[in-house]
Design a protein around this ligand. Structure first.
Ligand code: UD1
Length: 358
């Protein structure tokens, strides 16, 4: 059996690491990895391959820093060439990026089966490029591997049961990754001693809705400056946001560092008191490591975290962010609840595919 894996952006490297490790235990599965090149810096891409022992991509398409249409279009064209050459049984795509939809579209038009890992998530905000990517990818995928029951329900509500696909609730591959790499990260990461901080608030901002909107980004910075008076705020900043932040009138009084690798982010999570983020992945990782999370968005796909009180949605509203910070850091939350499966999502996915294609 041959699997063609499409990756391109940071969160996909973490998810692909889980599947690649599972595949490496199967002598009858061959994996071909395509990196679209969407993320390309050492600390946005290479560090993940190195730390997590993801096999070197067989193809690097080097497509990045383009408009959505140009980026997606060129990816489709190049991925199509690879699919024709490699003739895989199934193409695996992850999450909701431009690389995801490009891989899925290229495969579909060639009648190659598609497996979507992290299917069924919805923000119900069609202004987000990620929402467009995930809805359309789900619609044309043959295998919909959902991380949560809520994701399965979303697909059912949209009538996916009547479409030609298979829906599986397998748990979250990011939970598998957090479990597997937690020990390694504490052995190998030196980020905490480098920072010289014992306790801090960990923040990340990269969504277009925040980084590309000066009003929202200024409000978030204002709130972070206020929180920084109570506890140091450390922000590994995505290159997109860094470029935009330089143009803002409001100056950050909190600590901004370069984006960090997976092991460093895990260690930073472990030592943080609270997480503030607009990242989907980090919201869950905060939960995996028992930290409350303030989500700097108006909606989230990870609704179960909000329902359980681990996560508060504040948008980019200064007062709401500061209030959520005071509220969540004053609480004694019990994180001992199972929301993202048993830590074996990777095995369930590969076993399902192997059964069908061998
Ligand atoms: C993308 C995904 C988003 C995902 C995020 C994870 C889409 C539409 N968005 O957003 O779903 O959550 O990745 O980080 O696919 N850049 C660099 N160096 C890099 C990568 C990017 O400088 O290694 C710059 C690009 O040149 C560009 C900007 O950052 O100017 C944005 O990159 P892009 O790939 O368009 O989207 P992300 O914001 O990273």
């Amino acid at each position: 059996m041959k699997i063609l894996t499409i990756v391109g952006a940071r969160p996909q490297f973490v998810k692909a690491a889980v599947l690649s490790r599972t595949i490496s235990g199967h002598k009858n599965i061959k994996e071909v990895i395509v990196h679209t090149g969407q993320h390309f810096d050492e600390n946005m891409s290479e560090v993940f391959f190195r730390e997590m022992h993801i096999p070197k991509p067989d193809y690097n398409l080097q497509i990045n820093s383009l408009s959505h249409g140009a980026m997606t279009g060129r990816m489709i064209e190049k991925i199509e060439d690879v699919i024709i050459k490699e003739s895989p049984d199934v193409v695996v795509v992850f999450g909701d990026t431009n690389s995801t939809i490009a891989g899925a579209l290229a495969a579909k038009k060639l009648h190659v089966k598609i497996a979507h890992v992290e299917a069924g998530l919805r923000s119900y905000n069609m202004n987000m490029p990620e929402e467009v990517n995930r809805v359309l990818t789900d619609r044309i995928s043959d295998y919909l591997f959902c991380p949560t029951d809520a994701a399965v329900k979303n697909l059912q509500k949209e009538g996916f049961e009547y479409f030609d696909n298979m829906i599986y609730c397998v748990g979250d591959v990011m939970f598998d990754a957090a479990n597997f790499y937690s020990k390694k990260s504490s052995e190998q990461s030196t980020v905490i001693s480098q920072l010289g901080l014992d306790a801090f608030a960990l923040c990340t901002i990269h969504r277009a809705e925040n980084s590309d909107n000066p009003k929202r980004l200024s409000a978030i910075f204002k709130a972070l400056n206020q929180i920084n008076d109570s506890i140091p705020v450390v922000t590994p900043l995505h290159p997109r946001t860094r470029k935009k932040a330089e143009k803002l009138l409001i100056k950050p009084e909190f600590k901004i560092i370069e984006p960090v690798g997976y092991f460093d982010i895990i260690e930073m999570l472990k030592h943080s008191k609270v997480v503030l983020t607009d990242s989907g992945g980090l919201q869950k990782e905060a939960f995996f490591f028992g930290k409350p999370c303030i989500t700097l968005r108006d909606e989230t796909e990870w609704v179960e975290l909000v329902e359980h009180g681990f996560n508060e949605l504040t948008g980019a509203n200064v007062n709401k962010i500061v209030k959520a910070f005071n509220n969540l850091t004053g609480k004694n939350l019990d994180f001992n609840v199972k929301l993202y499966g048993d830590g074996n999502a990777g095995e369930k996915i590969i076993d399902t595919l192997f059964l069908d294609f061998s």
